[in-house]
Write a protein that binds this ligand. Structure first.
Ligand code: CMP
Length: 138
């Protein structure tokens, strides 16, 4: 059993895609074991994306991620990290496979609707960043 962190980003929320993303999760039998809506401040976004702090897009990314509410979720299941990444599609929506969330709804490499952890270690950090143990259904 694996867990991963999912974020529906500000563009996904403002474009009315919360239901669409959740529908795709449920259709693919991915279990949601925690969910909430938050709006990050710059410091929180910088901490979350600290691995990208030296990348040229870091300022733009953290500003975008604070521009509106996001929906954060913890997902659980066998191989859920790669399963959810398959549903999301490639970071660059132009390279994303047909039928993926990013191919269908992303408008930009940055405004790519959703985020998902890329490995078990990152998932543990990212889940702990937003949720305490009382907020996660086991
Ligand atoms: P995400 O999966 O949340 O991880 C890092 C984010 O940085 C990525 O999705 C994009 O939203 C954003 N980003 C912006 N520009 C780039 C880029 N050139 N390469 C990778 N990620 C980028």
């Amino acid at each position: 059993m694996e867990r991963t962190l999912s974020i529906i980003k500000p563009d996904g929320v403002s474009h009315g895609l919360i239901g669409e993303v959740i529908k795709r999760l449920e259709k693919n039998h991915i279990k949601i074991i925690a969910i909430k809506m938050i709006q990050m401040n710059q410091k929180q976004a910088q901490g979350f994306y600290a691995v990208h702090k030296d990348r040229p897009f870091f300022n733009s990314l953290t500003t975008f991620m604070t521009s509106g509410p996001v929906v954060v979720m913890v997902l659980e299941g066998n191989n859920v990290i790669s399963k959810y990444r398959d549903l999301m599609g490639a970071t660059n929506y132009k390279e994303a496979a047909e039928g993926t969330i990013r191919k269908d709804f992303a408008t930009d490499i940055e405004k790519n609707v959703v985020h998902g952890s890329d490995a078990p270690e990152t998932a543990a950090f990212e889940i702990g960043y937003f949720f305490n143990s009382f907020e996660i259904m086991s």
